[in-house]
Design a protein around this ligand. Structure first.
Ligand SMILES: Nc1ncnc2c1ncn2[C@@H]1O[C@H](COP(=O)(O)OP(=O)(O)OP(=O)(O)O)[C@@H](O)[C@H]1O
Ligand code: SF4
Ligand SMILES: [Mg+2]
Length: 338
């Protein structure tokens, strides 16, 4: 279900990130609609985490160019440019308007503080709640994420929890202040399939209840097909396809997307979709070796020297009249269309 309204919640334009060397993320442009769930997929090293951390203002020593514009909270007017936003203002937005579940849940929970004290700290920072109201909200949050004994959970240290419970606590912390946008970086990767399915249902349910938009970073096409309204494919630091999920899984336009879908083992019985991202033959070029032509050329079965190697194909819109936006970066997309 796509809930995109005419003005996006987040509009990323030409976002480029480097750490003093070659560009890691390169000219990234995409939009996230209000209440929309977007799956960000791509092989390891494609820039999913760096791109998201750049938007969140969480990269140290990075040179970030371009724009990431967050629309004003409902009724509160004014858009906010996140690139270059002073650290103090960024901290005030983080947690309250945009929030993140990190790739490694254990390292992002404080091992010396109980779950209760960590949730209270977030609530104190972002809400006016105090005293018993604070505790009541912490319990309600743990209930909302499906913790069976929320009062008992408040008294525990993170290492006493199972992987599934820790992931639920991470979600509770990330949604405590009811953000408008949640970046979830591989939130189910470490979980077994049953718990993974529960966490996916939980996140989708939260979107349905609260209207929170989500960027769901994953290697797993089954997970993307289970949760996403739209799929954005990153390859070697660039967006190479951005399509409504139903279009992406039926007729992807970029040869790389097709290669990913055909390489993925189907796990119909488990998820009704595709399995963990299997790489097509060959390797993603590293940031210093990406060249000026199509970055997928060395792995692409459809490569044509004069067309594909002459210049970098631009990201072009291929949606027909009245169709939802669909963009692709391939010089031969039209010839190759099924
Ligand atoms: N702080 C950093 N300094 C220099 N290079 C970095 C830094 N962080 C990430 N990189 C490089 O940026 C590239 C993209 O990394 P990123 O973590 O965004 O990939 P990813 O798509 O999230 O991969 P994965 O699926 O493995 O999590 C990689 O080549 C990585 O080595
Ligand atoms: S531009 Fe050419 S090499 Fe690149 S994906 Fe398209 S067909 Fe393949
Ligand atoms: Mg990552």
């Amino acid at each position: 279900m796509t809930r995109k309204t005419t003005s996006p919640l987040l509009s990323v334009r030409n976002l480029t990130v480097s750490f003093g060397g070659p560009d890691i993320v390169d000219d990234l442009s995409f939009e996230i609609g209000h209440g929309e769930i977007v799956a960000l997929v791509g092989e390891s090293g494609s820039g999913k985490s760096v791109g998201s951390l750049a938007v969140m203002g969480l990269l140290e020593n990075a040179d970030i160019r371009g724009s990431a514009c967050l629309a004003g909270a409902q009724g509160a007017g004014g858009d906010t440019e996140l690139v270059g936003l002073p650290a103090r203002q960024m901290r005030a937005l983080r947690g309250r308007r945009i929030s993140m579940i990190f790739q490694d849940p254990l390292s992002s929970l404080d091992p010396l503080q109980t779950i209760g004290s960590q949730i209270r700290e977030v609530l104190r920072a972002h809400t006016p709640l105090k005293g018993p109201a604070l505790r009541a909200r912490a319990i309600a949050l743990l209930e909302q994420v499906g913790i069976v004994d929320p009062e008992g959970c408040l008294t525990l240290l993170p290492q006493r929890l199972s992987g599934g419970m820790r992931q639920r606590v991470m979600i509770a912390l990330a949604i405590a202040a009811e953000p408008d946008l949640l970046f979830a970086d591989e939130p189910t990767t470490a979980l077994d399939v049953t718990v993974q399915a529960q966490v996916l249902r939980l996140l989708k349910g939260l979107r349905d209840q609260t209207g929170m938009a989500m960027v769901f970073i994953t290697h797993n096409l089954a997970v993307a097909s289970a949760i996403a309204d739209r799929v954005i494919v990153l390859y070697a630091g660039q967006v190479v396809e951005d399509a409504p999920a139903e279009v992406f899984f039926r007729r992807p336009a970029m040869p790389y997307s097709r290669a990913l879908l055909s390489a993925a083992p189907r796990l119909e019985a488990v998820m009704g979709g595709y399995g963990h991202l299997e790489a097509p033959r060959g390797q993603v070029p590293s940031p210093g070796q990406r060249g000026t032509a199509c970055r997928f050329a060395s792995r692409c079965d459809d490569v044509r020297e004069g067309v594909c190697l002459a210049a970098m194909p631009p990201l072009v819109s291929i949606a027909g009249p009245g169709e939802t936006n669909h963009t692709v970066r391939c010089a031969r997309w039209e010839e190759l269309a099924p």
